[in-house]
Each structure stands twice: as structure tokens, then as C-alpha cells.
Design a protein around this ligand. Sequence first.
Ligand code: MLT
Length: 269
Amino acid sequence: MLQQQIKVDGKNIFYTIEGTGETVILLHGFGEDCNIWKNQIPSLTSYNLIVPDLPGSGSSEMITDMTMEGLAEAVKAILDKEKIEKCILIGHSMGGYIALAFAEKYAPMLSGLGLFHSTAFADGEEKINTRKKGIQFMKDNGALTFLKNMIPGLYAEESKKNNFKLIEQHLESAKSLSKAALIAYYESMIRRPDRTNVLKTSSVPVLFIAGKDDAAVPLEDILTQTHLPDVSFIYILEHSGHMGMVEEVEKANEILVTFIAACENQLFT
Ligand code: MLT
């Protein structure tokens, strides 16, 4: 993959790009960087695949506007730089919130929208309180201690028991994340609005991938919104928590390839 760099707000934003054909963008979630998608790249070689480090994650610097809308503008800046007018945008969790913010503003640029363990609902009261506690915890104990506590909870019990190295690898790659960026993401997620209207009005297919053992974005929450778009692709990963792209690599890749091919060939019309 070729690494590219753009300036957003005068800050360096990095992304990898490779391939030709339909553009597919994979957005990582909170506490991650572009490497979370490394197992998907070999399955998507027949596309023009763009995988950014979102502002504040991986090699990319924080930008002034770290809201979901501001982060969506950074995605738009990448597309503009690459002169891409249409893409299939797939986001993991927080990446899905950013994809929804993008879809709200730039719907004509999409030929498919994917929510991988993500939701169009705003945070409920309980989630907001958990995030506020998380912010205080980071201020008191630092980002690394916070991540060490949080990351194992993203995985299914089965993965914790049989594949603990996934969690170790995740932690290793999350080590460089700054407290400032993590707090900014949490504050922005608290403030993000409900975007179910984006689903209701979507003219392109929407992919929903849920993990049966996901404590962060529960299966039930996802299932209550899958009827909203005109065309939904719905999958449940039976052996995953919140991290299906690493917990069930083959299944996840098969789903992504099927969805992308359907959007590309307009198989849903
Ligand atoms: C993520 O994986 O991006 C986060 O779990 C999102 C969230 O906390 O809502």
C-alpha cells in the first residue's frame, strides 16, 4: 500500500491507497488506527482501497475540529485530493459515526455505506455517563492505563479465552494514542446527534455487521435500525464481540466482498 499525506488545517493526515476500480474507504474506530484493517486488505485488491489514519490516530495529527463532522471533512479532503467523486464508505464503530456524518452531508458521493459494529443512534444517558467517567479516568491515570482496561472488553469471551494475542496486538498498536485525542473523540461522540434519518433517506445500500457478543454496540441496538434503509445487508458475526474484522477475519472479508460487489454492480435494484 502506498502511503500518502495531506494537510488538513495545516496538520498532517496520512492514508494508504492502492488499486484501481471502485473506491472503497475503511475507517477505523476509537482506540485504533489503519492497521486494524490489515487482514482485509488482501481480500480487497480489486478495488481502489483507501485506509486513513483518522486525525489524532496512528501517524495523523489532531485537527482543530475533532467532531464527527470535522473528521468527516478530513475524509472528504482525502477524496478531493484523490479526485474521487464516488466511494463505498465503511466505518468501524466510531468510524461508522464519521461515515454517517459524511453521508448526511455528501450523500451523492456514496454508492454504499457500511456500519461495522456501529450505530446511527446517539449516545444514551448510560453511555454518556460511561464516557464521562472514562474521560476522568484518562485525566487521572493516563491513556495507556485506560486503554489496557478498555480494550479487552471489546472482544468476545471466546476470543479472550482462545485468542488473547489479538488483544495484545491491539494494545500494542494503540499505545501511541494520545490522551488529548482519546478525550476529544469521547467528547465528540457524546455530542454526536442521532443519524437515523441518514439511514431512512439513504438511496444506497447500507451494510450492518453486528457481533453477537458486542458489549460496546450491542446486537439488539443494531437490529432495531436495520429496517430503516430501503436496502440493508445484515450480518451477525456469531463468534465476535466488537472487533469482527480481527475476531472473524474470513467471515468479515466474505461479507465485505459481497456487499462491495453488490454496490458496485447495483445488484440491489
Ligand atoms: C469504537 O470502537 O469506535 C468505540 O467503541 C465507539 C463507541 O464507544 O461508541
